[in-house]
Design a protein around this ligand. Structure first.
Ligand SMILES: C[S@@+](CC[C@H](N)C(=O)[O-])C[C@H]1O[C@@H](n2cnc3c(N)ncnc32)[C@H](O)[C@@H]1O
Length: 489
């Protein structure tokens, strides 16, 4: 039965909220109705969903969702919220009653059916009421006072703080600007807590406690978002062709996929690079991608990793993956290289072949993404997804610069700001055609070089900072006096 819910999100990675939720909704084929237009300045959505089971499915995946509440009342003022709830307790129609005082398209006085409240109030149901406030802190005593204002609810069961049968939630929203907190909340909500999202998984998979990490390991939260946007399902076959320390394989395996990776860096795949943690001199024996999988109890999902240059893929032509999730090198913290030699007409004698370590040449970003999309066109199942990061200089960004391919539709594109000047975008492509799978597409802008831009804008800002500092000093009277004294002696 369709019910109204309040979906409360973590107020971070806001640009990824829609992308993650849309992926999960389409993964489980769940329809959604927005009761209020979602906005990035609010950490919640008010929606209607077909059943509690659907809510639980969404929460079983989303890392950006904090929790979901079956919404009994929502108002713009505390007194209106109580008026609504009291009205609901007496509402004998068994229907939602929507009042006529409109705010942002939502009624200020809607009454939920009495039965909804009564179903939680039996003598046998233990309960507790939780108070959450956003952008304003209250002491425990103040929270208890708020709880006591709900004493008119016909709750007959015992109060139980740990694992009660019913958790009721009261939420006050004071906006998102900590420097401008109003006296009274902008919005207040009351309802029955249904389920939490996957925020705990961020701690469980935290890089701080992971056995093996590298310099460019992806943090747990973003890795989970990527697995969700790739719509990873149980028994999928998932590949990361720039696997590094394997952090993107972790959530994919957690969600039940069989995971596989490749990387050009032998030392990284054998966990023999210099330790990443400050103060650690040598890597321990347990450090490996497999060790991480064992740490999280998902070793059975781990197929293996293989040392391989992505520009020379080694996969059987008919092999298909269900998802490709990857973070290619940007050329800043790790080189963008492929096997090759600049000299023309180079040949190697038989005797040198045995111990030969191949030379490497530059593997520019446009060529990496060209190869990635061409590879995915050949090796991804139709209807499935490629999820990858793309670094760029913010002020130069144009959507047209993003890699494209006739076999793929770009279904989401979210920005993570890295510095004032640079960002990376998480791109999610869905494979929409198979018929042009052999087509090789050249990059949109073959000369795009993020590394060069990164260091040139970095240089510029370093120079600007130096000049600004010098200017500040020169206009500082204390500094001028000290300088004059220095010159005088
Ligand atoms: C940004 S890092 C990926 C980090 C990874 N997500 C992790 O969790 O550690 C990019 C990786 O691409 C690898 N790489 C660079 N050039 C490559 C190539 N030609 N073929 C395959 N891998 C390559 C690097 O060795 C590096 O490990």
């Amino acid at each position: 039965m369709w019910r109204r819910y309040l979906m409360w999100f973590a107020h971070e990675h806001v640009d990824f909220r829609h992308a993650e939720m849309n992926s999960i909704l389409s993964l489980f084929n769940i329809p959604i109705k927005f009761i209020e237009k979602p906005s990035v300045i609010r950490p919640y959505w008010i929606v209607e969903l077909p059943s509690e089971e659907c809510v639980k499915k969404i929460a079983s995946r989303s890392v950006l969702l904090k929790n979901c509440i079956e919404l009994w009342s929502r108002a713009k003022t505390v007194s209106q919220l109580h008026k609504n709830l009291k009205g609901s307790v007496e509402n004998s129609t068994g229907e939602w009653i929507i009042g006529d005082s409109e705010h942002d398209g939502i009624s200020d006085s809607h009454l939920c059916p009495k039965e909804l409240i009564e179903s939680c109030c039996s003598v046998k149901s233990s309960f507790k009421i939780e108070v959450e406030t956003f952008c304003k802190h209250f002491t425990m005593k103040e929270k208890v006072e708020k709880i006591e204002t709900f004493s008119y609810l016909p709750l007959e069961g015992p109060v139980k703080l740990k694992n009660p049968d019913v958790t009721l939630a009261y939420l006050e929203f004071y906006g998102v600007d900590p420097n401008n907190v109003p006296e009274e909340p902008h919005d207040v909500f009351f309802g029955k807590w249904v389920v939490d999202g996957q925020r705990d998984l961020i701690q469980v998979h935290s890089l701080k406690k992971r056995q093996f990490i590298g310099n460019t390991s992806m943090d747990a939260q973003l890795s989970i978002i990527m697995a969700n946007q790739a719509q990873v399902r149980r028994a999928d076959l998932v590949l990361d062709p720039f696997v590094g320390s394997g952090s993107l394989l972790v959530p994919a395996a957690h969600f039940g996929a069989h995971v596989w990776g490749s990387d050009i860096d032998f030392m990284m795949l054998h966990a023999r690079t210099r330790p990443t943690r400050v103060g650690q001199k040598v890597r321990t024996k347990d450090e490996s991608i497999r060790g991480n999988m064992r740490q999280y109890g998902i070793e059975s999902q781990y197929l293996d990793v293989v040392v391989s240059d992505f520009s020379m893929p080694m996969w059987r032509p008919d092999l298909k993956f269900d998802a490709i999730i990857t973070d290619p090198p940007y050329g800043v913290r790790e080189p963008t290289e492929r096997i090759g030699i600049d000299r023309e007409q180079y040949s190697l004698s038989e005797e040198h072949m045995v111990n030969h370590i191949p030379a490497k040449v530059e593997y520019g970003l446009p060529h990496i993404y060209r190869d990635l999309l061409n590879f995915a066109a050949r090796h991804l199942q139709l209807g499935r997804r490629l999820v990858c990061w793309y670094p760029l200089v913010r002020e130069e960004y144009k959507e047209a610069q993003l890699p494209s391919h006739p076999c793929f539709k770009l279904v989401s594109n979210s920005e993570q700001v890295l510095s004032k000047l640079t960002a990376r975008r998480l791109l999610t492509y869905e494979k929409v055609h198979d018929d042009v799978s052999q087509e090789t597409v050249e990059p949109n802008d073959a000369s795009y070089n993020f590394r060069e831009k990164y260091f040139s804008v970095g240089e510029e800002t370093r120079r600007e900072r130096k000049e600004r500092k010098a200017e500040e000093l020169a206009t500082n009277p204390l500094w001028r006096a000290a300088k004059n004294r220095e010159n005088a002696t």
